[in-house]
Design a protein around this ligand. Structure first.
Ligand SMILES: NC(=O)c1ccc[n+]([C@@H]2O[C@H](COP(=O)([O-])OP(=O)(O)OC[C@H]3O[C@@H](n4cnc5c(N)ncnc54)[C@H](OP(=O)(O)O)[C@@H]3O)[C@@H](O)[C@H]2O)c1
Length: 503
């Protein structure tokens, strides 16, 4: 069997050593929506609905600590069977990372899922300028080493920080991100990072809440309100970002054309078109297949409203055809007619426009605490980031006097750890995160930076450092000096200081 036919027919894949998953993963965020009135689903009935998916070969489920009672339902379902893979997430509010909080999160997931080992625990970081996200990962890696977690994953992590986490020694198996014909951000830098480190993508939003299906072809635009599912509310915002409803209709028409002429392997008389004519595949199948065929993608996560609707039969057809070159060209051209979703993977949870069901972060966060402690001292405010050298050499990470902020020469050290390994670009990104964290602690932002000075260890590739600086300061454009120097600390390849002015 050649690679192509294997990828067409094989409904399973190894996500990581010892963890084979169905390439269509059933997503249970929808449970939280079904429970939006505050009444939990009956766990037995919902577990029976999960069994229908598993019995059809869709044995892998995705959930999270905050998806209503999804983890409890999954635990009920999995009791007494050993063919299921239960992937979950820990999405803590931002703030200091404590061992107790990490222990509690792991213990809670184990208990709800009724297991002694979590197949995949995926972590979500809200604010990269707060290094507690890395502390959480280091502590989760200890739980993995102790056998309570089989594999660690991330969710909504951007390319820079996925690279940073892996280079810092965290064993990341997967990253769960939005990826669809409407949102192709994951096909860029994210794919390169995944290829470099062997990380696999789990793609959600592939059907845009169902908007990428026959049901919405030729239909009028629904308003964003509570008559929609949460998932539809979320992806209506993506559709607006992509250029609006008429552009979605253009994409759906092209997908419909591809679907109608594409034939499935096996039964040539299979009918799946809405008009009942002998046809190829459904629009939803085309949406799924487009993402599933992407080389970095291990699986797509398709949301299910347990006990309310099910598309098992139609979705299994995804493994009975592949998209030919003409179909891909047409779909790519149709995507090119859309406005690209801006930024990198996961930005919709970190900066406006927030592409969430509510259009903001009110369902997720109460506060965004300052990443580092601030001390008042004389006429100024001082930030300490806790590296041993601050006390030893007698300096602050940052000092604010009036509207002026001075950030000290900052390296990629964090406590006694080196972040980013010996990669100059990854170190640079962490340094800029640290500078951003110091600024946030002083009620300023990276936008306020007016000057940077970059010192690169003699012999280290300066261009990758300059590019990382460029990626973070494009649009801010501080005055800059970059020099090669005999920097202090053998593994610390880069040091950056920054001045900011706040009006
Ligand atoms: N990490 C994150 O931040 C994040 C964010 C969002 C989602 N997720 C994960 O991804 C999962 C998927 O959620 P999503 O919101 O992205 O939704 P989605 O999978 O894009 O859409 C799910 C909806 O599509 C419809 N559908 C499914 N198969 C279909 C078919 N063959 N034909 C027509 N319609 C079909 C169903 O609508 P009906 O039920 O109305 O029939 C279903 O409820 C979630 O449950 C969660 O596990 C993760």
């Amino acid at each position: 069997m050649d690679d192509e036919s294997r990828s067409v027919e094989d409904p399973r894949t190894p996500l990581a050593p010892g963890l084979d998953i169905s390439r269509i993963v059933t997503g249970l965020w929808q449970v939280a929506d079904q429970e939006r009135a505050g009444v939990p689903l009956d766990p037995g009935a919902a577990a029976d609905a999960m069994a229908d998916y598993a019995d059809a070969g869709l044995t892998t489920f995705d959930m999270a600590d905050h998806y209503g009672s999804a983890e409890v339902i999954a635990g009920t379902f999995a009791a007494g069977r050993n063919d299921a893979q239960l992937l979950t997430k820990w999405v803590p509010e931002p703030g200091p990372a404590s061992e107790e909080a990490v222990d509690e999160a792991v213990a809670r997931a184990l208990e709800r899922l009724g297991t002694d080992r979590i197949d995949l625990l995926q972590f979500h970081a809200w604010n990269y300028a707060d290094p507690s996200w890395l502390d959480c990962l280091f502590m989760l890696a200890e739980h993995q080493a102790a056998g309570r977690i089989r594999h660690l994953g991330l969710t909504n992590c951007d390319a820079v920080h996925l690279d940073m986490a892996v280079r810092s020694g965290v064993p990341i198996a997967s990253n769960q991100v939005c990826f669809s014909l409407l949102d192709r951000r994951a096909a860029g830098a994210m794919t390169e990072v995944c290829r470099t480190h062997g990380v696999r993508l789990l793609a959600y939003g592939t059907l845009a809440g169902g908007f990428l299906s026959e049901r919405w072809l030729g239909r009028a635009e629904p308003p964003i309100d509570e008559s929609l599912t949460w998932s539809q509310m979320k992806y209506r915002r993506f559709i607006d970002q992509a250029g609006g409803w008429e552009r979605l209709q253009g994409l759906l028409r092209v997908m419909d054309g591809v679907a109608r002429r594409t034939r499935m392997t096996g039964d040539p008389n299979v009918t799946s078109g809405l008009d009942g004519a002998p046809t190829g595949v459904s629009i939803a199948n085309v949406a799924c297949r487009y993402v599933l065929e992407h080389p970095a993608v291990a699986g797509i996560i398709v949301g299910a409203r347990l006990g309310e609707s099910s598309h098992i039969g139609d979705n299994l057809n995804v493994f009975r055809f592949s998209l030919d070159d003409d179909a891909r060209r047409e779909l790519d051209a149709a995507c090119a007619e859309l406005d690209p979703i801006g930024g990198d993977c996961g930005d919709e949870y970190r900066r406006p426009p927030y592409l969430t069901a509510s259009g903001d972060l009110s369902d997720h966060l109460t506060t965004l605490p300052p990443p580092y402690p601030v001390h008042r001292c004389g006429a100024g405010e001082h930030v300490s980031t806790g590296t041993p050298w601050e006390a030893l050499a007698g300096f602050s990470r940052a000092v604010r006097r009036g509207g002026r902020i001075y950030v000290a020469g900052t390296t990629a050290s964090h406590g006694d750890r080196l972040i980013g390994g010996r990669d100059p670009a990854a170190q640079t990104h962490f340094i800029i995160d640290k500078i951003e964290g110091a600024l946030q602690s002083l009620c300023a932002t990276l936008q306020d930076v007016v000057r940077t000075r970059v010192y690169i260890r003699n012999g280290v590739d300066w261009e990758s450092v300059a590019r990382a600086h460029g990626a973070r300061f494009a649009g801010i454009r501080p005055a800059n000096t970059t020099v090669h120097a005999d920097t202090v600390g053998e593994d610390l390849l880069v040091e950056i200081e920054a001045d900011a002015e706040v009006s």
